[in-house]
Write a protein of this length. Structure first.
Length: 653
């Protein structure tokens, strides 16, 4: 309680202070989070905008949430892999195809690692990619509309965790499997895992103009667990790095059995070489079932296509394409610094970080100095590729980000801290506690050639006493550090939704000007759009009833419908005629088993209602859109199945 009021005093103090004399942005490292100087750093005054957009994965929510930095204000939750009643995503007829998979309709997932598209290694702000970890999928979100535009399923994968990371010209979004499985899937004894299960690393091409995804090839690797990955950049562009654990290939009690080997591997994949191989006809096309779901802003509808084959590559057939670098001890994150010189392995059972040199790796490969092989793939000698070790004294390193000023920041889960160290000298410069048990950290642009090294966000797994208790379940806590000075300063806590595993952030100056305000009604190509009010109508087709409806402040056209019968299936195709920014209308119908709809200006959405009872049933607008919002309502008369009342509709008669 005391802390809380102190903090309030600090915020209030800073408000007063702001209106008074100018404040200097000195680097006052001695104060804790309670200093008024820190309160100012996160205070975004009413009407002012944040400096960055941060896209945080929602973990088991299956979604992405958008926050402002430094304020920690949440702007939007973007539904991706999960049904979302707030706006009808995954419930409306138009968006149901987005959640189709080879397993059928899958309305939830576990989303982990967002990454923003890049041009020349810099964030270009066109698209955000994110993985569905559970039912392997990669989604592309359009950063003009902040809507999910495309989802592609990843076959031969299981636990799509070393995903979704972008190469520096967005040539590929890469998705690797965490669990190795039989490829192709088949009925076999689990104990025969070793030597028989395989791990697929998928390279999904991104069409430069449209962003459309397609699986270019899948590398069929030994049956390890491929945990995380990162692209090379700069001089290492053309390579991709994957951490592995369970090189023991254990199939049970992994906490013991997958921790036997002193070193696992970072797999270095020369994807340019494999690309060349497949472009010259290499690889084997194999049967596979996976969906490709695409949403169109013109028809406001998604389509789902089942793809039937995928190109696989046996890495032993492409000499010089894949090498293993021995890495202690069950590494989790693998991170590449902005210049592409160094590859950092975060061995989660180790105290030290292992840093490899890209130049040394190339020299070792050129010199063919191997330390044996694994399933026909060369293992490089640890000492030959090692650039240095960060002796941090922390425990349980997970992930590393970079500030673009020659520093790296590594999270340590077990010792609950962020450690800042110098790239090249490997010396530890600073360390700050996190509250508590940090997973990932994120610096805007931290996974690119050009980070914006002003803030670091730590995404913590355990919240405990950081917020007012909300029963047994607490939202995870993020913490914001000012990293502009020599020492990190914890300046803010804010709750995040679901479990953010990673995040990607970008200057608002890149995204905000491009953000779409409305959909143009004139460009609406939805087959059931009602673009002129005079076209509003109700059409019967057997026991299907199609309502072509328009909405504008503050009425539906039509708002009285008769002639609907018990047992009918009523499709409401509703077009929002507003052409003003931020004027959606909502729709809900009594007894409807789908969610309601939230329809943006110029957009058409469809919801199905199956009336079960005779009577006169209301529907209404769910979004307070005008002073007469409560008047935005209508009725549907439902008659017995055998009645012969004709369909009729009206407004204002
Ligand atoms: S990742 S921190 Cu480390 Cu998917 Cu969760
Ligand atoms: Cu439309 Cu409320």
């Amino acid at each position: 309680m005391k802390k809380y009021s102190l903090y309030l005093v600090a915020v209030l103090g800073s408000v007063l202070f702001l209106s008074g004399c100018g404040n200097q942005n000195g680097n006052d490292s001695s104060n804790g989070a309670l200093a008024s100087n820190n309160a100012e750093k996160v205070y975004v005054a009413p009407g002012e905008h944040d400096e960055f957009y941060a896209f945080m994965s929602g973990g088991y929510s299956g979604n992405v949430a958008v926050y402002g930095l430094p304020s920690g204000r949440m702007f939007k939750e973007i539904p991706v892999f999960s049904q979302f009643p707030t706006n009808g995503y995954g419930y409306s007829e138009e968006t149901k195809p987005m959640l189709e998979t080879s397993f059928g309709f899958v309305p939830a997932d576990d989303s982990h690692h967002p990454d923003i598209s890049q041009t020349n290694g810099e964030l270009d702000g066109r698209w955000l990619f994110i993985n569905g970890n559970n039912t392997p999928r990669i989604a592309r979100i359009d950063l003009k509309t902040f809507e999910t535009a495309e989802i592609i399923e990843v076959p031969n994968s299981a636990g799509n965790h070393s995903s979704s990371y972008i190469t520096e010209n967005s040539e590929y979004v890469v998705a690797g499997t965490r669990f190795s499985v039989p490829i192709p899937q088949r009925d076999m004894p689990i104990k025969d895992y070793k030597g028989n299960f395989k791990g697929a690393l998928s390279f999904i091409s991104v069409e430069p103009e449209t962003g459309r995804m397609d699986i270019k090839f899948q590398l069929i690797m030994p049956g390890f667990n491929y945990d995380l990955s990162h692209p090379g950049r700069g001089k290492s562009h053309g390579w991709f790095f994957f951490t592995t654990y369970n090189t023991e290939e254990a199939n049970s009690l992994l906490e013991v059995n997958a921790s036997q080997n002193d070193k696992d591997f970072i797999a270095a994949v020369n994807w340019k070489k494999i690309e060349e191989y497949v472009e010259n006809g290499g690889g084997t096309m194999v049967p596979a079932n996976y969906t490709h779901n695409v949403y169109s802003d013109e028809t406001h509808s998604a389509t789902s296509t089942m793809k039937k084959e995928v190109l696989t590559v046996d890495p032993t057939k492409v000499p010089g394409a894949v090498f293993f670098m021995p890495t202690p001890k069950s590494p989790h994150g693998v991170d590449v610094n902005p210049t592409g010189d160094y590859i950092v392995g975060n061995g989660k059972l180790s105290a030290d970080l292992t840093v490899f040199s890209f130049d040394k790796m190339i020299a070792a490969i050129d010199g063919k100095k191997y330390d044996g092989e694994a399933y026909g793939l060369p293992i490089l000698k640890f000492e030959d590729v090692l650039a240095g070790q960060v002796k941090s004294g922390g425990l349980g390193p997970l992930h590393t980000e970079f500030d673009g000023k020659g520093n790296a920041y590594t999270t340590f889960f077990i010792s609950s801290e962020v450690v800042k160290w110098k790239v090249g000298t490997w010396e530890v410069i600073d360390r700050k506690p996190t509250f508590y048990s940090v997973g990932h950290c994120m610096i805007p642009g931290g996974n690119s050639r050009k980070p914006f090294g002003k803030y670091l966000v730590s995404m913590n797994k355990i919240t405990k006493d950081r917020y007012l208790p909300t029963g047994p379940e607490l939202e995870h806590s993020a913490q914001l550090y000012d990293i502009s000075g020599d020492k990190m300063e914890l300046i803010y806590d804010f709750p995040t939704h679901g479990e953010p595993h990673y995040a990607a952030a970008i200057p608002a100056s890149i995204l905000a000007p491009k953000s779409q305000k409305i959909y143009k009604l004139a460009e609406n190509e939805h087959p059931f759009a009602t673009k002129n009010v005079s076209d509003a109508r109700v059409v019967r087709d057997g026991n299907e009833v199609h309502v072509y409806m328009a909405m504008i402040r503050s009425h539906f056209t039509p708002d009285n419908i008769e002639g609907v019968k018990v047992g009918d299936k009523v499709y409401f195709h509703i077009t929002n005629h507003e052409q003003d920014f931020d004027v959606p209308h909502g729709f809900m119908m009594i007894g409807q088993k789908n969610s309601g709809l939230l329809i943006m200006p110029g957009q058409t959405k469809t919801s199905v209602w199956e009336p079960k009872k005779e009577g006169v049933w209301p529907f209404y607008c769910t979004d307070f859109c005008s002073a007469l919002h409560q008047e935005m309502q209508g009725y549907i008369r439902v008659s017995p199945a055998k009645s012969n009342i004709d369909l009729s509709w009206s407004l204002g008669e």
